[in-house]
Design a protein around this ligand. Structure first.
Ligand code: ATP
Ligand code: MG
Length: 343
């Protein structure tokens, strides 16, 4: 873990966003969601269903609202407690879009052009690449900076975007005076980049991965077993993490997280194993055990859509109060509106 902010105590502000696109997967859980849960004990945590980000690629408007509910229920099932955190839908708090525009003036075209996620995702969009997809990191900076965030728990793939948010905050502060807290990312050492089980050159992904290579949080145990059994590895036999054994290294990290132990403990346990077959089966079984309680809680939580909406509405009210203050200060410093002196 990057630990710059861990000593700041109870008022540490933690923020992260998750896309309500499709079913969330094991990479989301290991790289992000489990750290959201842990964040509840470490500071004031705010988590956002980023539906405004989801509309930057092709999507179905008839599905989006339902998917916000699905993803909210997954987060609650994974252990988020709405009494202790703020959970809300991005589009309910219009300050995010406003702040995005204000920050755009302190973001350079060249910076956005260097974002690797845009390059990857724009290649996946055959018919139409939206300007929104190019602007995605500015909106993400607004999400984070609106809450004076100290720490952003994310997977490795988001590192470049958080660095952009830091640069934008620093540039804005230098130009207009101190307005924004400069955030740090929090990326775990183990499980920060869970790989597609069918293609170790790709991360497991909501939108870009293979079906057999993606383990969904709500997959039934037999599907989980099948996916791990057919995981692509290498022609060797040793169960160790090595540069040329990315598939096996991925399975070792997944096994470690599922069992709550260290990757080196997994390697030790399988040191005398003559091949990969039993190990793959064991990882599948361990992951099924790890996911089962989440699936069970999900089944109980998901049907009550009005309760989910009530949680999101309460969260939006609290989020708006914080974000409006930041956006008001930013706009005022930028010379927009009548100005605080004349009010
Ligand atoms: P997409 O691939 O369409 O961007 P996604 O799978 O990355 O979708 P997001 O909602 O964008 O899903 O990401 C939510 C969080 O999960 C982010 O913090 C992201 O860094 C993390 N994450 C996503 N994929 C992985 C992965 N394979 N391993 C670890 N963390 C991941
Ligand atoms: Mg993503």
């Amino acid at each position: 873990m990057s630990d710059a902010a861990t000593s700041a105590g109870a008022n540490l502000r933690i923020f992260s966003g998750i896309q309500p696109t499709g079913a969330k997967h094991l990479g989301n859980l290991i790289g992000a969601i489990r750290h959201y849960v842990e964040g509840q004990d470490r500071g004031d945590a705010i988590y956002c269903l980023v539906d405004l980000h989801a509309i930057t690629v092709a999507y179905d408007p008839n599905e989006l609202r339902r998917q916000v509910h699905d993803t909210s229920a997954i987060l609650l099932a994974a252990g988020l407690d709405p009494q202790r955190i703020i959970l809300f839908r991005q589009s309910d708090v219009s300050e995010h879009a406003t702040l995005c525009w204000l920050l755009a003036s302190a973001t350079s075209y060249g910076e956005l052009n260097r974002m690797t996620q845009f390059k990857e995702k724009s290649e996946q969009q055959k018919a139409f690449v939206s300007a929104g997809l190019f602007f995605y990191p500015v909106l993400q900076a607004a999400d984070i900076l609106a809450y004076q965030t100290d720490e952003v728990p994310v997977g490795e793939d988001q590192k470049q975007h958080i660095e952009l948010a830091r640069n934008v905050a620093e540039r804005f502060n230098a130009r207009y005076g101190e307005v924004f807290t400069v955030p740090n990312h929090r990326i775990s050492e183990v499980g920060a980049r869970i790989l597609d089980l069918q293609d170790a050159d790709k991360k497991m992904s909501t939108t870009g991965g293979s079906h057999l290579g993606t383990v969904y949080i709500l997959d039934p145990p037999d599907a989980i077993a099948r996916k791990f059994k057919s995981a692509v590895t290498d022609s060797g036999r040793e169960i160790v993490r090595a540069h040329d054994k990315r598939g096996i290294a991925n399975l070792i990290e997944i096994m470690a997280v599922a069992q709550g132990i260290r990757p080196e403990d997994v390697e030790r346990e399988y040191a005398n194993e003559p091949g990969y077959a039993r190990f793959k089966e064991d990882v599948g079984a361990a992951v099924a055990d790890y996911l089962r309680p989440i699936s069970e809680r999900y089944e109980a939580i998901r049907p009550d859509t009005s309760q989910l909406e009530a949680i999101l509405a309460e969260g939006a009210g609290k989020a708006r109060a914080i974000a409006a203050k930041t956006v008001g200060t930013a706009a005022d410093r930028m010379g927009l509106g009548p100005g605080s002196g004349s009010r």
